[in-house]
Design a protein around this ligand. Structure first.
Ligand code: C5P
Length: 312
């Protein structure tokens, strides 16, 4: 039996600016994306029958062909039509630790791990670039989720430029279990409210951000300056519509750390801290300030990779 086990890292956006409309249904973005140690475990295993089987016991994750992990496998089968005849089918198991519908790219990371795992299991010999191109067909965050680390991401989010790594910066993440945000809703609402401000000179804005204070802070690994320049345009539509998350962000920001931001389309909020000890003590203070059993809290470290093969 051949089996590969992979860790699929979640991400946070340290910076997310919506620049304009691309005219292809997507927005032109400027982002800094960061992989974190909060990760799902994805296993791909050869099976005799010529089929894709998906196992996931999380109540909010569909274990069927609508799941992005299943669609990643189906995409490879379409691209290599003979592969299951020669190499057998696959059983994919998702062990979820990344909160769902959270703005942490959990679904994208699972799809990324399936692409990397099946490339090995089916001996496809795909390059990192080819894997990223396939990933872009599945979702804007999938190319990043494959490579991970610290990236300046532009275009739809699939144009990636590596930045100096930020490990071992720590963070505390928080999300109410019952709060969920639909990414298409967040972008649609943003377009309705702020579309009149959209820019068309994408390259000019990209150069400005590249030469700006956030990237300088990252280059010099200055944690407090990074915290000071955290930015996310989607907060402007998500926080007003999600009062509990807005209150969570305000509480976390008041309790210390180097800066607090909502990740992606939310509703996860994170605070950067310097050490694991600081993360542990911040979690205790958040729990004391907001003693709600619906509030999930995690600590994580910045990590240098997206999908990582692990020994079982
Ligand atoms: O690419 P992905 O499937 O993750 O995108 C989900 C939705 O988020 C898209 O359908 C689109 O509405 C919005 N989006 C966008 N611009 C991007 C990325 C996502 O408008 N660059």
């Amino acid at each position: 039996m051949v089996l590969y086990s992979l860790l699929a890292a979640a991400k946070v956006n340290l910076y997310l600016e919506i620049v304009g409309d691309r005219g292809d249904g997507f927005h032109e973005l400027i982002m800094v994306m960061q992989s974190i140690s909060l990760a799902d475990r994805v296993t791909v295993r050869s099976i005799g029958v010529d089929t894709i089987r998906l196992i996931c016991h999380h109540p909010l994750v569909p274990a069927d062909e609508t799941n992005l992990a299943y669609r990643a496998a189906a995409l490879l089968v379409r691209r290599f039509p003979e592969v299951m005849t020669h190499r057998g089918g696959v059983e994919i198991t998702l062990e979820k630790h990344i909160p769902v519908g959270a703005g942490l790219a959990g679904g994208s990371s699972n799809a990324a791990a399936v692409l990397v795992g099946l490339d090995l299991l089916w001996n496809l010999g795909l390059t990192q670039g080819e894997l990223q191109e396939l990933g872009a067909e599945l979702g804007s965050d999938v190319p990043f989720a494959i490579t991970g680390g610290t990236m300046f991401a532009t275009g739809r989010g699939e144009q990636l430029d590596p930045l100096p790594g930020l490990h071992p910066l720590w963070m505390v993440l928080a999300k109410y279990g019952t709060e969920m945000v639909s990414t298409p809703w967040a972008y649609r609402t943003y377009r309705a409210e702020f579309g009149h401000l959209y820019q068309t000179e994408f390259a000019t804005r990209r150069s400005q951000v590249k030469a700006g204070p956030m990237l300088a802070a990252i280059s010099h690994h200055q944690g407090s300056a990074i915290g000071h320049h955290l930015y996310n345009d989607l907060e402007k539509v998500v926080l007003p519509a999600h009062g509990k998350t807005a209150e969570l962000k305000a509480t976390m920001a008041s309790l210390g750390g180097r800066g607090t931001l909502m990740s992606g389309s939310g509703p996860t909020v994170f605070t950067l801290v310097s050490t694991q000890t600081e993360a542990e003590s911040l979690i205790q203070r958040i729990r004391a300030a907001l003693p709600d059993p619906d509030l999930g809290l995690w600590m994580a470290q910045c990590v240098p990779s997206g999908v990582q093969l692990v020994d079982d």
